[in-house]
Design a protein around this ligand. Sequence first.
Ligand code: PAF
Length: 283
Amino acid sequence: MLTVTTIAGVRARRAELDRLGRRVALVPTMGALHEGHLALVRRGRELADEVWASVFVNPTQFGPGEDFERYPRDLETDRRLLEAVGTALLFAPGVKEMYPRPPLTVVSLPGLAERLCGAYRPGHFAGVATVVAKLLGIARPEVAVFGAKDWQQVTVIRRMVADLDMPARIEVLPTIRETDGLAMSSRNAYLKPAERVAAARIYSALVAVKDAVVGGERDAAAVAAMLAERIGREPLLTVQYAEAVNPDTLERNEKIAGRVLLVVAVHAGTTRLIDNLLVEVPS
Ligand code: PAF
């Protein structure tokens, strides 16, 4: 596996692959890799001739007081994990390489980026969209692979790619879960043992509410309230939001019809966790 820290280095390797007619799948990450990330890399290998990963803790997607400083960083372990699953190139730039000067150009998606997590993390999705636009521009992958746990992120990226006619195809993989259902996340490492146990309640609540929707509940507000109430039964969890929304627009329709996304953000102590579950409503 080639480890590259400069944009010029990535471009040089990409130019070689262009000459050879080889396709690239890119898995953008912030490191602290877990099985969820590795599943994205494995899928990338199936989709292209080479899979590349980026590890970059992007400062512009963290708000003041968020966990940018303490975000887990262990590049050596990430390197070993990526190599073991067949990554051909790791792009691990420093902040100065990605942002040699404060960027004037920002990709913003008003509305879409302001709902759900965006309401609580102003500027977060502009930071994500901008860095993903940069990574797609640097690596020029044929396909980029993301996880469905960050559903709003994926929705934002898909819309950006469509609006700006970016050539990369966006591939989304289902959330990988621990055996008790907790969605894998680099931030799970922050959880204290009791919080870790409590956090399993998020997925069990999503499943119980999915059953209620499949069973006939169609009132989106009632579904959202049920979800918040079920998670809130666990004293170590505090619900930031719980919603039942249209999976494409992330807007809440009064009545549920077709596909609905159950989506939550929850605090366990100081750790913020997100999760979601897609429900197909039988007609
Ligand atoms: O999902 C992440 O890890 C990040 O938001 C991403 C897509 C790598 C952009 O920094």
